[in-house]
Design a protein around this ligand. Structure first.
Ligand code: AMP
Length: 146
């Protein structure tokens, strides 16, 4: 019996991203579920007076965004995820991951977990944020660098 029909991988392109995608791909195959990938590009404050005198070049921001889009394409292509299920969003990772999951009837979100302690836990990681906001199941794959 298939438990899941649509699995969403939250990809941050860290060195350990393949651990997350490996688990998600296996689960998708076992459940004959659709696989989607999301990467959220966090907003960069361009020419934000709060950060003066440091200014952020708009060209650099655009370059970073382009690289992130290329990163997503490569990550998803390696998993044979079709273009229509590759989500590139701007904003808060936890909120965008949860929104895209809800809007696309995702029933399992797979994220990596660094198992942070202390201040990191207080501030809340993306994994924690997704876990607390998502209406569907969330699998946190414990990353090996802990
Ligand atoms: P973090 O809480 O930032 O250590 O990240 C934990 C996990 O959240 C990562 O392994 C990814 O699965 C996911 N994640 C973090 N940042 C992003 C992002 N910008 N876009 C998509 N997923 C992310």
């Amino acid at each position: 019996m298939s438990l899941y029909t649509h699995i969403l991988i939250a990809a941050d392109f860290s060195d350990h991203g393949h651990e997350v995608s490996h688990v998600a791909k296996q689960l998708a195959e076992q459940n004959q579920a659709k696989l989607s990938v999301i990467h959220v590009f966090e907003n960069i404050p361009i020419a934000e007076p709060l950060y003066a005198p440091m200014t952020f070049d708009a060209d650099i921001a655009e370059e970073l965004m382009k690289n992130a889009q290329i990163g997503l394409r490569k990550f998803a292509d390696d998993l044979s995820v079709p273009e229509e299920r590759q989500w590139f969003e701007l904003g808060s990772p936890k909120l965008e991951i949860v929104r895209v999951a809800e809007e696309n009837q995702v029933d399992l979100i797979v994220v990596g977990s660094h198992g942070r302690h202390g201040l990191g836990l207080l501030l809340g990681s993306t994994a924690n944020g997704v876990l607390h906001h998502a209406k569907c199941d969330v699998l946190a794959v414990r990353l090996k660098d802990d």
